[in-house]
Structures are given as structure tokens and as C-alpha cells.
Design a protein. Sequence first.
Length: 110
Amino acid sequence: MDAWSNVVEIISIVFMAIGAFFIFVGGVGALRMPDFYTRMHAASLTDSAGPIFILIGLILHTDSFLVAIKLFTVLVFILITGPTASNALASAALLAGNKPSLAVKQTTAE
């Protein structure tokens, strides 16, 4: 039983490290990308993937079933609200006239 708890603890630490990596990469991407839409894409990566991995790691790490249920509820909330907020932000920016700076022009074949 003690060896199993060590394995679960190592797996939870790996999940949390992966989540921290995604958050770091998303933050760097938000700083280095050229326009609003690519920055928003990097930020939505940070908003979605990072906390998901961290919360999975925390769920594995906890001993309390009630805490695990609460963390899972937060995980579901993030899965629903993160992409919805990113989509709403992109739609509002497009409606406001903010065009992507590196847009690919579509040509018609004649």
C-alpha cells in the first residue's frame, strides 16, 4: 500500500509540473505573439490546459473524497467557461473591426 501511494504521488507531481509548463508556455506566447488573435490563442491555452493538468494532479494528491469532488467541479467549470470566454472575446474583437494582422487572403481559382 505504501508503494502505491508513492506512485500516485509521483504521478500527481508530474501532472502538476505539466500544468505549470503549459501555463509558462502560454504566458510566453501571450508576450511574444504578433497580434491580438494569436495572443488570445496562447492565453486560452494557458486558461484551459494548465489548470486542467494541475487540478488532475491535485485530485490525485488529495486524501479527502469531498475535496476531490470540489476540485472536479472546478475542473468542469473551467472546461466549460474557458473556451466560451475565448470565443466570446474573439467574436467581440472581430465585430469591433479588429482584423488579424497576418490574415491569409483567400483567392478564387479561375
